[in-house]
Write a protein that binds this ligand. Sequence first.
Ligand code: AMP
Ligand code: FE
Ligand code: FE
Ligand code: ZN
Length: 285
Amino acid sequence: MLIDLHTHSTASDGTQAPAEVLRAAHAAGLDVVALTDHDTTRGWPEAIAAAPDVGVTLVPGIEISCAADGISVHLLGYLIDPQAPGLLAELEHARTSRRTRARRMVELLADDTGLVWEDVVAQAAPGATVGRPHIADALIAKGVVASREQAFAEYLRSRGRYHVAHYAPDVVHAVQLVRAAGGVPVMAHPMAAERGRVVGDDVIEQLADAGLAGLEVHHRDHDAVATSHAADLVKRLGLFATGSSDYHGDGKPNRLGEHTTEPAVLAEIVRQATSGTRVVEVDRS
Ligand code: AMP
Ligand code: FE
Ligand code: FE
Ligand code: ZN
């Protein structure tokens, strides 16, 4: 039973539509995949409709961009009620702010790259959560850079001169909102130091007190030290451990199933969820 609980589609910064992600997951030999687009559940209807035909069990989820004292934290939320008012309002606020922020980044980039807002619009699916990867794709389309990797290194990195921050909910609040929405909160890549600063153990302790259920222990952005540190925290704080690919289609080197989650952990996620959102099972009879 192969379970990958972290993937992105064109509803955010992945390069494949939700149904394509599921087909790719099936082709990769996965039994269960979670769709966890940044700050949106927009990809769910297509994925929910496609899953039974494709033959992959779907866990509807989300990855919420949060902040803790100015440090970026990503929170996965599984099986949330997508209509829960508190969470919905925060997500709408974040997505609106992401658009404003992307426009400001384009303004900053315009002189040096010739980029205009329409170039970015052309790279994002209608209604998608706009992120820096769409700006990267626009820079690629213009021939300014050859890859998302190069775009981030030269133009988009968080402490670079073209970077603008967007609104992100406080992560303790976000954990509470995911629980209030009946979902199960898991901190994504908690020790991924290469992306920027990471929070200290004290913040993760606070999150555990607020209702955090698990840590994404196994992830390509964790080296051996980070992985064992995260595994220790899981034990000490009574959480569970997941492992996932963080697949973005062609947008990143991450391959489906490169890290996976134990079936018992998925069962625990299902057990803890209290919303009406269900895992979409495949009829294997
Ligand atoms: P944003 O959400 O707009 O702040 O952009 C962050 C997103 O960019 C992350 O979710 C990653 O998927 C993506 N990202 C970050 N660094 C890179 C990179 N070096 N190459 C490709 N994608 C990246
Ligand atoms: Fe992403
Ligand atoms: Fe993330
Ligand atoms: Zn992700």
